[in-house]
Design a protein around this ligand. Sequence first.
Ligand code: ASP
Length: 425
Amino acid sequence: MKLHWKIIIGMVLGVVFGLIMSQTSFGSDLIKDWVKPFGTIFINLLKLIAMPLILASLVKGISDLKDISKLSTIGTRTLGIYICTTVTAVVIGLILVNVVEPGSTITEETRIDLVQEYEQGVIEKQQQAQQQAESGPLQPLVDIVPANIFDAATNNRNMLQVIFFAIFFGIGIILVDPKLAKPVKDFFDGLNSIILKLIDLIMESAPYGVFALLATLVVESPSLDLFIALGMYSVTLIIGLILMIVVYNIIVKLITNTNPSTFMKGISAAQLLGFSTSSSAATLPVTMDCAEKNLGVDKEISSFVLPIGATVNMDGTSVYQAVAAVFIAQAFGLDLSLGAQLGIIVTATLASIGAAAVPSAGIVMLVIVLGQAGIPEAGLALIIAVDRPLDMCRTIVNVTGDAAVSMIVAKSVGKLKDPKDVNKN
Ligand code: ASP
C-alpha cells in the first residue's frame, strides 16, 4: 500500500480513537500517558533529521552545481518566485476577508468572552513577538549570519543560519582545486545518502506517528462551540488556502505541463505529514522525497530550493496573516484604510519569511503584523482557540507551495523530468 494511504488510515483511526477515548477521563488520561509520547517521538525523529538533512543536502546540492553562475541563476529565480507566490497569497487573503467580512459575525458577547478566556496565551505570544520586534530593521539580515555554526546548529529555529553556512561552504567547495575538494565532497555525498536512508526508516513509522498525534489532538482540543463561533473566520481562511492550492496547480500546469492530479498525488504524503505535524521543517525530508521521486524534480534543484522554501516560503501562513489581521480589526469594529491594508501586504510578506517552520510560528509573527497595522493585539485571543487546526491546514499550503516552486525552478533550468519516467527508474 502507498505511504499516503497508510498515513490517511493512521489519521482517521487516530481521530476516531481520540473521539472514543475523550468520552471518559480515564480514556483521555490513557491517551496522554500512553499514546501521546509516541507522537512526540515521531516528531522528534523528524526534527532530529531536519538539521543534518539541510546541511548535507545543501552542501551536496551546491557543490554539484560546479559553477557559481549556475548557483546565482537558480538562487535569484528561487527567491523571485518565492516572493511572488507570497505576495499573491497575502493579496488573496486580503480580498477574501474584505469580501466575506467574517469579523462582523462575531457578537460583542463572544468577543468579550474570548478575550477574557485566552488572555494568558496572548501575553505569552506578545512577549515572544516583542523580542523579535524590538530589534532594528536590519536585524533579520544580521540574524541570518551565525557567529558560530555549532551554536546555530543546536537549535532548529536557526535553520536559516545553517542554510547560510551550508551555501557558503558549498561555494567554497566549488571554488577550490577539485582534487582538494574531492574528499570533502565525497563525505557530504555519502552523508546525504545515509540521511535519506534514515528518513526512509523514520517514514516507516509515519502511520503510527500520525495516529498518536491526531488521537492526542482530539483529546486535548477545546470545545466544539468555539469552532462554531469562529466558523466564518475559519471558513474564510480555508477558502483562501484552497485558492492558493488552485493557484499552484494552475502555474504548475502552465509552466511544467504537469496535470493537477499528478501534482497533488505526488505531493500528498508531504501534505498529510504537514497537516499532522504542523511544521514545514519536520515535513521537509518527505517534501524532498516527494518532489524527487513523484514530481521529477532533479536532486540538484530540490536540495537547494526546498530547504530554503521550508524556512522562507510560507504562503499558507501569509494568507492566514492577512485574513486573521483584518478579521480581528473587523471584530473590534475598526475600519482599516487602504494604506493600512497595503502595509499588511508588506508586513505579512516579511513576517511569513521570518516565521520559523514550526507549529504556531504564524501566530507569533501575527502579533507584529497587528502592531504595524494598529490593530489591538488582544484580538489574538479571538483566534487562539482555533489556531492549531488552522495551523495544520496552512502548513499543507506551505509545503505544497515549496514543491510547486521547486518544479517551476527545475523546469526553467531544464532539470525537470517527466514524473512517469522517474517512477519507471
Ligand atoms: N506551522 C507553520 C509551518 O511550519 C508555520 C505557521 O505557524 O504558520 O509551516
